[in-house]
Write a protein that binds this ligand. Sequence first.
Ligand code: ZN
Length: 226
Amino acid sequence: MAMGKKRVTVLITAVLALCLIGLRQAEEGRETARAGAAAEGTAGRVALTFDDGPGGESTEALLDGLKERGIKASFFLIGRNIPGKEEQVKRMDEEGHLIGSHTYDHVDLTGCSVEEALEEIEGSAAAISEITGKPVRYIRPPFGSWSRSLEEASDMTRVGWTVDSEDWKGGEAARIAERVLKTVRDGDIILFHDVYGSSVEAALMVADALRAQGYSFVTADELILD
Ligand SMILES: [Zn+2]
C-alpha cells in the first residue's frame, strides 16, 4: 500500500514536471518570436510612395495589402488616369493615404512655360479634390523635373524621393524589393509605381521586411518637413 502511494506521488511529480517544461518551452517560443521582429519604429520611419496611378487592378491589390498591414502610404496621381477610377481615389483618401498631384498629362514641368506647368499641376489637383473634397498640397513632378521659378510660382510643396526602386525597368518583384532593401535607411522616401503588378508585389515585400526590422511607415509629408 505504502509502495503504491509512492508510485502515485512519483507519477504526479513526473506529470507536473513535464507540464512545467512544456510551459517554459512555450514561453521561450514566444520570446524567440518577439525577438525575431524588432519593435515597430525602433529602426526609424520610411514613406512608401506610388506614382502614375490610379492604376486599376494593381492599385486595388496595393490598397488591399496596405489595409491588411495597417500602413499609410502616399499616392501621386496623373489626372488623366482618374476618370473611371474615382472609387480608388476615394478609397485612398478614406483609408488615410496622402494624395498628391503628379500633373494631368505626366509632362516634364521644366519643358513648358510656368503657366502651362501650373495648369498641369492644378489639373490633376482639381480632379482629386473633386472626389475627396479636400485641397491637394503636394506635387511630385514627373521625372523629378522642377525649377526655381516653379518653386516660387506654385503654392504646393514638392515631394522628391531618396530611394528609387527602379520598378519601371520591370523584372521580378523579389529583385525590385532587394534593390530597395539594400539601401534603405531611416527617413527615406521610397519611390514605386502602382501601375505594375510586380511593383505592388515588391512594395508589399519591402513593407514586410522593413516592419520586421523595426521600421514604421508614415506618409511622405511627415518626412519632408525639416
Ligand atoms: Zn511618373
